[in-house]
Design a protein. Structure first.
Length: 317
């Protein structure tokens, strides 16, 4: 059997099992919930011309709205920011049809809430909002451009308030690399588009020491690697951040994270060869695949879990 056929066969098995139990999933979010699963099934259905998987995805989209109405936290991976980002993505990719006013009520909630700007640990939640704001800014018409530009400016102001809160602490906080990845992605995207460069440069200067400490303490190989590739674009960080040796094989969590992060950021990431090598090794191991499927249930069927993430990674090869 060729490696190409093995990948296709494994993908078919994983997605069909995910679809069967997806309706039992009780969450609405992107990484662990129904909307992330729906995106996977829509993409697979289009990729394999499989109308049955598209119907599964349609059914999931009917369920998720009920769970939003019952209340959901802010955040990207499993919160409201990720859900509205996903809806916007599905509309742009023409998987679903909806009028622009579908966002009005949710946007009102998003931009009415306010996070505590007195803690650097809120940098992550603000960066996650920034991912959604930027996606809306680049796809809106000229009549709404000023509104979304104002939202971007407000996001930058919030970044500044959060970052200067470091002066109220006796020690510099250690931030997750995932937080820094999203923050620097938003800022560098604005920089490339010649927006708020002066403000962004000031933010970078304030964060230099925190980034160095946080990078050193991070345990995730994929998060460190992705952050390092982003910081290569910024001269003041490039000389302090080095990509260390990568193991010959990676954990499934790291493998999945490379491809999911690349998709969420919407930018090409230099993915190490060992990532695809690990995927090929897993697909050759029938015992490992069966073990993953045996552990699959309604609580761990999402994109952010082993089986959903592996299916996503295989489809992106």
């Amino acid at each position: 059997m060729t490696s190409h056929k093995r990948l296709f066969d494994t993908l078919d098995i994983l997605v069909k099992q995910i679809a069967k139990i997806s309706v039992l999933n009780s969450q609405a979010g992107l990484m662990n919930g129904k909307i992330g699963i729906a995106i996977l099934l829509y993409q697979y259905g289009r990729y394999r011309n499989n109308s049955e998987m598209t119907e599964y995805a349609d059914n999931l989209m009917e369920f998720y709205s009920q769970e939003i109405e019952s209340g959901i936290k802010f955040g990207f991976d499993n919160g409201l920011y990720g859900i509205v980002w996903s809806i916007h993505y599905l509309i742009k990719q023409r998987f679903i049809q909806a009028d622009e006013d579908i966002f009005d009520e949710i946007d009102a909630v998003i931009f009415r809430e306010s996070h505590n700007a007195s803690s650097l640990f809120n940098l992550g939640i603000e960066a996650e909002k920034g991912l959604y704001v930027w996606s809306r800014y680049i796809s809106n018409t000229s009549t709404t451009e000023n509104k979304w530009r104002q939202h971007i400016e407000n996001c930058i102001k919030r970044f500044h308030k959060i970052v200067i809160s470091k002066y109220t602490n006796y020690t510099l906080p250690v931030l997750p690399c995932r937080t820094l990845i999203r923050f620097f992605h938003v800022c560098q995207t604005l920089w490339i588009n010649d927006l708020f460069r002066h403000e962004i440069f000031m933010l970078y200067e304030e964060l230099l020491e925190i980034v160095k400490i946080s990078y050193k303490e991070e345990k995730s190989i994929s998060e460190k690697y992705i952050l390092a590739t982003l910081l290569r674009e910024i001269p003041m960080f490039d000389r302090y951040i080095f990509i260390g040796d990568i193991p010959q094989m990676l954990t499934l969590t790291d493998v999945n994270n490379f491809y999911l992060t690349q998709w969420i950021l919407g930018r090409k990431i230099s993915i190490p060869k060992v990532v695809n090598k690990t995927i090929l090794s897993i697909t050759k191991n029938h015992q490992q695949i069966n073990g993953l499927l045996d552990l699959l249930d309604s609580d761990n069927v999402g994109l952010g879990n082993d089986v959903g993430g592996l299916a996503w990674a295989i489809k992106k090869l």
